[in-house]
Ligand binder design. Structure first.
Ligand code: ADP
Ligand code: MG
Length: 595
């Protein structure tokens, strides 16, 4: 074995570059972060050939003095921290003092800089490490050319120009999202790609992610002691097939963190279909001592001191904001573009004006009476009788003047949609999806306590396959927890003695088979906690009123009132919207009225 020797500085930096300089986009990230750390308010980026040929970044930051220039290129040289205590309180994006050295070891790097108090600029590059006079009005210009020119093995890993550019664009986007207070420009091969002026967060988000995202997102702002979360979280109607619209920042730094991802996924789980991904731009702020950003050189991972608290906080803040019924709706509301992040909740649409004809007090008593608990309204032979049918009117309730946000039913369309008139215009309700959502939330709150069950006078006996029987046996306890009391009634028959009270009218056989099909895939230990909501969703779907069933006007109104009273009623649990408003303005526009 050869003797041990020290590696050269150049080689050490090239090894480090393996972690820091994965591709042009990682160079761009380091340079953008340096500019922001230097206090820049205007940053201009030029790329050539996906950033492989050239990355040039000009900023108006504090600049680097002549004597500091050689140090900027040295490993472990930084102006940002000096002590361990500084490290724990670090508020800058950089602090490791290795990016420029690493970049300079695998590309041709030059720095031209002029602090405000300098008579002229100075320039340094990887071949001339002695500063030379140069011309520049102020700030810093850094050029990185021919990435990996001296490390051909790494160059082979680079992808096509378009791919490398796309990565650069994404890095640019992340940083620009976090800093609406700075202006940015991006050019590629001479063509302007982005031009962003100083603005507020909502406008920056709209500029980078599109008006559609901004219009379909909930504004969110939550505080809990030292934790603060704000930003925009899109409603399920704007969900994506990929994770491409997920931006989470911790103290201004874009991160991809497992804990955060988990908390967000959980928060969306009830309202988003499993194959869809939520879209969001969220900023978590906390004391720097509460989070370790020095986990990986690229700093996209973090470690929270109190991981559980952070998880809980993110989860609850999101659930609360997504659950507020009626604030954002599936159609854009141009009159109310979201300004900078504000409070979580907004008023229900129709509480503002009462343009709809005053309903009689008796009518209100009718639809608000407790008899309107919708249990299951399936049409199995029941004719027009259903759970929605009212019982005799009750004494007047508190709010005779309030016009309900979802208005009053006027008709049912093809047995699928309920049409209602509210103060703003027309409301279209997908009756199955809406009922499903209501049932789901009710099942959930009921099952949080002792499940309310209803004994069947005559037990339903189901013929099941061997596999279904095995699952029923294995999960008998889970079924009991959900409100199904079952007994084996033979080799291939299962007797059902009770069902959840809310689903008393559902087709027991169909419901149970659907549940068993789902349970089959889960180990028993997981079911009650982790899978419970999925099971409830199945139950709600089977319990909900089917399309093509005729509803009476009072039934439809009862459904509307239940929707208003149910959290998250504007999305069904597959992430589809349950209702869509069409304002008079939108309707007028269809007919080109007033134009
Ligand atoms: P770090 O950012 O971790 O300190 P870098 O290698 O990225 O390490 O940068 C080294 C030093 O060079 C920084 O600490 C900073 O003082 C200086 N520097 C780099 N870029 C700029 C810039 N655009 N404007 C002013 N100073 C800069
Ligand atoms: Mg840096």
């Amino acid at each position: 074995m050869p003797s041990i020797r020290r590696l050269s500085d150049q080689l050490i930096s090239q090894i480090a570059a393996g972690e820091v300089v994965e591709r042009p986009a990682s160079v761009l990230k380091e340079l953008l972060e340096n500019s922001l750390d230097a206090g820049a308010r205007a940053i201009d980026v030029q790329l050539a050939e996906g950033g492989v040929k050239l990355i040039r970044i000009a900023d108006d930051g504090c600049g680097i003095g002549r004597d500091d220039l050689p140090l900027a290129l040295e490993r472990h040289a930084t102006s940002k921290i000096a002590t361990l205590d500084d490290l724990e309180h670090v508020a800058t994006l950089g602090f490791r003092g290795e990016a420029l050295a690493a970049i300079g070891s695998v590309a041709r790097l030059s720095i031209t800089s002029r602090p405000a108090d300098a008579h002229h600029a100075w320039r340094i590059d990887t071949h001339h490490r002695e500063p030379a006079p140069a011309a520049l009005n102020g700030g810093t210009v850094i050029e990185v050319a021919d990435l990996y020119y001296n490390t051909p093995a790494r160059r082979k890993f680079l992808k096509s120009e378009q791919t490398e550019y796309a990565h650069c664009d994404e890095v640019f986007r992340r940083i620009a999202l976090a800093r609406p207070d700075a202006a940015f420009q991006l050019r590629h091969n001479g063509a302007a790609r982005q031009r962003l002026g100083v603005t507020d967060l909502a406008e920056r988000i709209a500029a980078l992610l599109g008006q559609e995202f901004a219009a379909q997102a909930r504004r969110l702002e939550a505080d809990a002691g030292p934790l603060r979360l704000y930003g925009l979280a899109a409603l399920p109607a704007y969900s994506r097939a990929t994770r491409d619209s997920q931006y989470f920042f911790v103290n201004g730094r874009f991160v991809r963190d497992k804990l955060v991802q988990h908390a967000v996924r959980e928060a969306y789980r009830d309202i988003l279909h499993g194959a869809r991904h939520p879209a969001f731009v969220l900023f978590l702020e906390l004391d720097p001592t509460g989070v370790d950003v020095n986990v990986h050189p690229a700093k996209t991972e973090v470690r929270f001191r109190d991981a559980r608290a952070v998880h809980q906080f993110i989860y609850h803040a999101l659930v609360r904001s997504l659950a507020t019924p009626g604030t954002a709706t599936p159609t854009a509301q141009p009159e109310a573009p979201p300004p900078a992040p504000g409070p979580v909740s907004a008023p229900m649409p129709a509480q503002q004006q009462l343009a709809v004809e005053q309903p009689t007090a008796a009518y209100f008593d009718f639809v608000r009476s407790p008899a309107f608990r919708p249990s299951v309204a399936r049409s199995t032979g029941g004719g027009s009788r259903s759970a929605y049918l009212a019982e005799p009117a009750r004494p007047p309730s508190a709010d005779p003047a309030g016009t309900p946000p979802l208005g009053f039913a006027i008709a049912q369309l093809h047995g699928v949609y309920v049409l209602a008139q509210n103060a703003q215009g027309l409301v279209l309700v997908d009756m199955h999806a809406a009922h499903e959502r209501i049932l789901y939330e009710r099942l959930k709150s009921v099952l949080d306590g002792q499940p309310a069950t209803q004994a069947l006078l005559i037990p339903a006996v189901l013929r099941l396959s061997a596999r279904e029987m095995a699952t029923a046996q294995e999960h008998a306890e889970v079924l009991a927890h959900l409100g199904f009391e079952t007994d084996l009634a033979g080799m291939s028959e299962l007797a059902v003695r009770s069902v959840p009270a809310l689903l008393a009218r559902a087709d027991v056989g169909e419901l149970l088979r659907a549940l068993l099909a789902e349970l089959e895939h889960y180990p028993a230990s997981e079911v009650v906690t982790a899978r419970r909501n999925a099971l409830l969703a199945t139950m709600a779907c089977h319990g909900a009123v089917r399309a093509s069933r005729a509803l009476t006007v009072p039934e439809m109104n009862a459904l509307l009132r239940d929707m208003e009273a149910t959290e998250r009623a504007d999305q069904c649990n597959h992430g589809r919207p349950t209702w869509v408003p069409l304002t008079m303005n939108e309707l007028d526009a269809l007919f080109m009225r007033g134009q």
